[in-house]
Design a protein around this ligand. Structure first.
Ligand code: ZN
Length: 104
């Protein structure tokens, strides 16, 4: 992968994370304002900031298990393949589709 391709993929990945963060904050705002919470329901101009803080502090804990699994998958499907140039798991020339999906 060229440097330009890597930069394009990194930008797309960053954009996806931004979208995911905004969606998570919107969901948190809705949850904090849920009428079902009755007297502990939050309202007012600070709800968005509280939701953003909650999502920002929780995100690393949510990502850690996913990143650990992605690392395990990458070890099973090395982009460069084994010494013979084949993916040891898929037994096809590297990079296999799984290794390509993990590239960013
Ligand atoms: Zn593979």
């Amino acid at each position: 992968m060229s440097g330009k391709e890597h930069a394009v993929r990194a930008a797309a990945h960053s954009s996806q994370l931004d979208v995911a963060h905004r969606q998570a904050v919107a969901a948190a705002v809705a949850g904090l304002q849920d009428p079902a919470l009755a007297e502990i329901r939050l309202t007012g101009p600070g709800v968005g900031s509280l939701a953003d803080a909650a999502v920002s502090s929780a995100t690393p804990f949510l990502r850690a298990p996913l990143l650990a699994k992605m690392s395990a998958v990458a070890a099973l499907h090395p982009a460069a393949g084994n010494a013979d140039g084949f993916c040891g798991t898929c037994r096809i020339p590297a990079p296999c589709p799984t290794a390509e999906a993990l590239q960013w």
